[in-house]
Design a protein around this ligand. Structure first.
Ligand SMILES: *Cc1c(COP(=O)(O)O)cnc(C)c1O
Length: 397
């Protein structure tokens, strides 16, 4: 969206107004078009729409819906992408982004540190259909370069890894991938759409689980695939609309309302994360503190260049292993124990026994996930209260 002189709106303006389509009633809040189908005035109109649905013309909610279209357009504006397709969950988006463009004989290079379900798609699903996948250490550019081949069709990585908060250099990996003509698919959840500049940095497709910061209030699953109009409408949409991974209009409405405040929430969460990182950096009961926005992070310069902020998650290793970590979790009074992230409520997770339980101990060790590690998704509570809560829990350890 632009104002009269053609100047595009800023992110904050787009988050509130982007993609809005008003009905004849002129509602202030975006309408929920909770309808599966659409009525045609004549048989000829139905025929014409099935032949070619124009802009703002809909056929069936699996193909598209006005509320969902508003959400897709607002996400695309936020990310600086031409278009987007909204999906039932983050995993529907990851699966759709990859499966829609791959076929037997293709080669994919992926970072090894992946969300469990992403790893399942790359390791178990794609390979079952004859796609070859090579895994690399995402932070090691030499490994990316060595793994890329002329038949490499796509590269995939999470731009900030879970739970060790290590960045993949989007610009550098995209430059290498584009040399062999590979499509760069970035799962950008931990970076958040608020700080992301992934498209400008060379990503071809950006995928979000909007379950996380975009909803940010623990209600609905959702996902989105963002990219060029040609790719989204030509490759992604045909696959998604025929295989059933579309977002429900009700969830799209929740996500639209989430987008109105996601900038405010993520910045407030970041402020809390900065305070928590500062408090834990030299704490005697913390052997390792990881926060991308802290000067101690080994990729601090890349964080500043790629995101400009450290994000909403802090991971730390408590001295004393699993027993100490559990004692800390059980002593928390404000921070809740759960496995989601990006929520308005602060959430603590013990990756080794929950999200990363299925990995073998040596796999966890190689990813740097110790038995004392806690991943803390900082919410929008008073930063001083979050710090106080974690500190008093550390006292109990
Ligand atoms: C949560 C998450 C997903 C999956 O999203 P769902 O909405 O739970 O399906 C994918 N990738 C990353 C990095 C995530 O954190």
């Amino acid at each position: 969206m632009t104002i009269d002189n053609g100047q595009p709106f800023g992110k904050a303006t787009n988050l509130v107004h982007g993609g809005t389509k008003r009905s004849q009633w002129g509602e202030v809040s975006e309408a929920i078009f909770l309808t599966q189908g659409f009525v045609y005035d004549t048989a000829e109109a139905a025929e014409a729409r099935f032949l070619k649905a124009g802009e703002d013309e809909f056929i069936y909610a699996r193909y598209g819906n006005p509320t969902v279209a508003m959400f897709e357009e607002r996400m695309a504006l936020l990310e600086g992408a031409e278009d987007g397709f909204a999906c039932a969950s983050g995993m529907a988006a990851v699966n759709g982004a990859l499966t829609s463009m791959l076929k037997a004989g293709d080669h994919v290079v992926s970072a090894r540190a992946l969300f469990g379900s992403c790893l399942y798609i790359l390791e178990d699903v794609l390979t079952r259909y004859g796609v070859e996948v090579t895994f690399v250490d995402g932070a090691d550019l030499a490994q990316w370069e060595a793994a890329l081949r002329p038949e490499t069709k796509a590269v995939f990585f999470e731009s900030m890894s879970n739970p060790t908060l290590e960045l993949v250099d989007i610009e550098a990996v995209a430059a290498l991938a584009h040399k062999v003509g590979a499509t760069v698919v970035v799962d950008n959840v931990f970076s958040t759409p608020v700080y992301s500049k992934a498209i400008a940095q060379g990503a071809d497709l950006v995928v979000y689980s909007t379950t996380k910061h975009v909803d940010g209030q623990g209600r609905c699953l959702g996902g989105v695939i963002l990219g060029t109009r040609e790719h989204i409408r030509g490759v992604v949409e045909p696959y998604m609309k025929h295989t059933g991974g579309s977002m429900s209009p009700f969830n799209a409405w929740i996500m639209l309302k989430g987008l109105e405040t996601v900038g405010l929430r993520v910045r407030a969460q970041t402020e809390g994360a900065v305070a928590l990182a500062e408090a834990l950096a030299d704490h005697p009961k913390v052997s390792r503190m990881i926060y991308p926005g802290h000067a101690s992070h080994p990729q601090h310069a890349l964080v500043q260049r790629q995101l400009g902020a450290g994000g909403t998650l802090v991971s730390f290793e408590v001295v004393g292993g699993k027993e100490a970590a559990f004692r800390l979790l059980n002593a928390l009074q404000i921070v809740i124990i759960s496995n989601n992230l990006g929520d308005a409520k602060s959430i603590a997770t013990h990756p080794a026994t929950t999200t990363h339980q299925r990995l073998k101990p040596e796999q966890r060790a190689s990813l740097g996930i110790g038995d004392g590690m806690i991943r803390l998704s900082v919410g929008i509570e008073d930063p001083a209260d979050i710090v106080r809560d974690v500190k008093q829990a550390l006292d109990v350890v």
